[in-house]
Design a protein around this ligand. Structure first.
Ligand code: PMP
Ligand code: GLN
Length: 384
């Protein structure tokens, strides 16, 4: 018998995050590659998880999510974005944001459709599009400030375009969308039936007093958007894999129609814990903690030969260039840095479908100060 497995998407390698974290472990390197905090979550959140499990929250949650969690999210969104969301009909709890993105795409895509992605782009977008029989159309962001080139976006639209994926705050560049960016997008897609999938997993991590503008706040775009969040980033618990998707009633109904047959529901005690935690009013904003780490990292990196790009405005990540001291391709450079100097990073070419290599590395600064210091101490030994 000749068993042939189909090629479901064109990403041929294991994700760069797994590759680099595995390499970091093998070489006992400081791991600034994969985006996860190495510090603990808030002890009260951990205690709520235990409380959920010991008070009977151990069976399947309702398919859309625990009502108490959806209610807490609606209150939180109203407080932070001044937008009224219906907890029953517009919020669905998901096992993480990647799942929500995949499910949103599965909800809207048919074979042969096209979806615009803006590169550098998070690595799950392209396979999630292709696994639905559709095609990803990559439009590159400017290489200097990573702003969208709106003419290029406009030129990429065809009668097959079904959606565009937006990511703000942006992984890997740390750029955040202005209201003007949202207005430009609204103008371009106004007379089309293009949906927006808005990946806002780093919404709470914006720095220097900047504001995150959500697709939810755009009166025109919110009516055609699936807006995706992840608790992992705001509460330092990426391993819980709980997120949610907010979309207008008719889109949420269609989203749940898919969701009910793939995950059906999400870890119940974790939902209980997140609901209780969201209700606390004295939480330290995650952006304060992360902004201090970003500043510490940026200052410390002056001891190394790397040239940092503009300070990250949001997310867990800071980009840095090594173009002035090495001609190695970025992936080779990142591997060499892990093996020889003991610091793991992410090569930015992994975020481009054509492998565009501008000699940039992504550093994750969501780490303890001692971790960041240990990395910088090693990087300072690079001579050129
Ligand atoms: N989108 C972006 C931009 C990300 O960086 C990540 C990584 N956490 C995700 C989505 C996936 O989030 P989750 O772990 O909740 O699936
Ligand atoms: N979002 C994380 C990052 O960008 C990775 C999550 C994963 O490993 N899939 O580093």
């Amino acid at each position: 018998m000749d068993f042939q497995l189909p090629q479901k998407h064109s990403a041929t390698q294991t994700t760069i995050f797994t590759q680099m974290s595995t390499l970091a472990q093998a070489h006992n390197a400081v791991n600034l590659s994969q985006g996860f905090p190495d510090f603990d979550l808030d002890a009260t959140l951990g205690a709520f998880l235990a409380e959920g499990s010991s008070s009977g929250f151990n069976q399947y949650a309702p398919m859309a999510g625990l009502p108490m969690l959806r209610g807490s999210i609606a209150t939180d969104i109203l407080l932070r974005y001044k937008v009224l969301i219906n907890a029953d009909s517009e919020i669905t709890i998901t096992p993480g944001a990647s799942y929500a993105i995949y499910t949103a795409l599965t909800t809207i895509l048919c074979a042969g459709d096209e979806v615009i992605i803006l590169e550098p782009a998070y690595d799950c977008y392209l396979p999630s599009i292709e696994m639905n029989g559709a095609m990803a159309i990559a439009v590159t962001l400017n290489t200097t400030d990573f702003a969208p080139d709106w003419q290029k976006v406009k030129d990429a639209i065809t009668n097959k375009t079904k959606a565009i994926i937006v990511n703000t705050p942006h992984n890997p560049t740390g750029r955040i969308w202005t209201m003007e960016d949202w207005n430009q997008l609204a103008e371009i897609i106004r007379d089309t039936s293009i949906y927006v999938v808005s990946d806002e997993v780093y919404e709470q991590l914006v720095y220097d007093g900047a504001a995150h503008f959500s697709a939810l706040q755009h009166p025109e775009l919110s009516t055609r958007s699936f807006v995706v969040y992840s608790f992992g980033k705001a509460f330092h618990n990426t391993g819980w894999k709980v997120g949610y998707c907010i979309a207008p009633v008719h889109l949420t109904k269609a989203f749940r129609h898919i969701h009910q047959f793939i995950a059906f529901s999400v870890n119940t005690p974790a939902q209980y814990a997140l609901a209780k935690h969201l209700q606390l009013t004295d939480k330290l904003p995650a952006c304060q903690l992360l902004e201090a780490k970003r500043n510490h990292f940026i200052a410390a990196m002056t001891q190394t030969p790397f040239k940092l790009l503009a300070p990250s405005k949001g997310s867990y990540f800071q980009l840095a260039s090594y173009a002035h001291f090495s001609h190695l391709p970025d992936k080779e450079f990142a591997i060499m840095l892990t093996e020889k100097f003991g610091v793991a990073t992410i090569p930015v070419s992994a975020f481009y479908s054509n492998g565009f290599d501008n000699k940039l590395l992504r550093f994750c600064f969501a780490k303890k100060e001692e971790t960041l210091n240990a990395a910088v101490e090693r990087l300072a030994k690079i001579e050129f």
